[in-house]
Design a protein around this ligand. Structure first.
Ligand SMILES: [Ca+2]
Ligand SMILES: [Ca+2]
Length: 245
């Protein structure tokens, strides 16, 4: 991971469902094919999920279909290596085309021993229950958030399971399949690189990817965060000089 100091604020997950009707005036949503996302996230801090330490200010919540929602900030229990996926279970990979940088990524499951009891809880087995909503929340409101999406098995794709909803600041934005033209559904594929941007005074406090009609194993990587640039304040010395002229 690469780090940049961010202020931590209060995180409110209550009410982060998509039932509200308020729409932010200046939130835009764009998608990029693998390898073309770079210019869109210049200057952002990147969480690459190559280790278990999360960048400051980032909290991840997985919930919905799993019995007990999991919430992490600071440290994840593990990240996932799609290229060395299971040799025990019928749903296994390998899925080397699921990473957007490096060799590791974040999966919405693999945080227990799995339904067969064979998983070591290493995230390399696909025999566990998947969370059907994954929230990324930010201690400081962001101007830009980017996220590499993989293994989304959209309806109409080669191995269909469900379409996927995007929720920003607790407000539904609709299906990613509609929002991101050119998306690539399936298992061993990079779906699309999602970029959400805000224009002040709007800001991005959270984004959520949510399975709509069935449980799909999802992979996330190359999370980009860029906060608003704080305008430079006049120095104390400058003010003192001005007051004594
Ligand atoms: Ca990675
Ligand atoms: Ca999947």
């Amino acid at each position: 991971m690469r780090t940049r100091s961010l202020l931590c604020g209060t995180l409110l997950f209550t009410g982060l469902l998509c039932a509200t009707t308020r729409a932010d005036a200046a939130i835009t949503i764009t998608g990029y094919a693998y390898g073309s996302e770079g210019p869109a996230i210049v200057g952002a801090t990147i969480e690459d999920f190559e280790d278990t330490a999360l960048i400051p200010g980032l909290t991840i919540r997985m919930g919905g279909s799993i019995t007990t929602p999991r919430v992490w900030s600071g440290t994840l229990p593990r990240t996932w290596n799609p290229a060395t996926a299971t040799n025990c279970c019928t749903l296994g990979g390998p899925f080397p085309a699921n990473t957007w940088d490096g060799t590791l990524a974040l999966c919405n499951g693999g945080h227990g021993t799995g339904s067969t009891g064979l998983s070591g809880g290493l995230g390399n087995y696909w025999d566990f229950n998947f969370a059907d909503s994954v929230y990324f929340s930010f201690g400081t409101g962001q101007q830009l958030v980017g996220l590499g999406l993989s293994n989304l098995q959209s309806l109409g794709g080669p191995t269909p399971i469900t379409n996927h909803e995007l929720i920003v600041n607790g407000v539904t934005r609709g299906a990613l399949e509609t929002l991101l033209p050119g998306y690539a559904p399936g298992v061993n594929v990079r779906f699309r690189y999602l970029v959400v941007t805000a224009t002040a005074p709007d800001q991005i406090n959270s984004i959520c990817i949510q399975n709509i009609s069935a449980i799909d194993g999802l992979v996330f990587d190359k999370l980009a965060m860029k906060d608003f640039v704080v305008p430079a304040q006049p120095s104390t010395w400058g003010r003192i000089k001005a007051e004594h002229r």
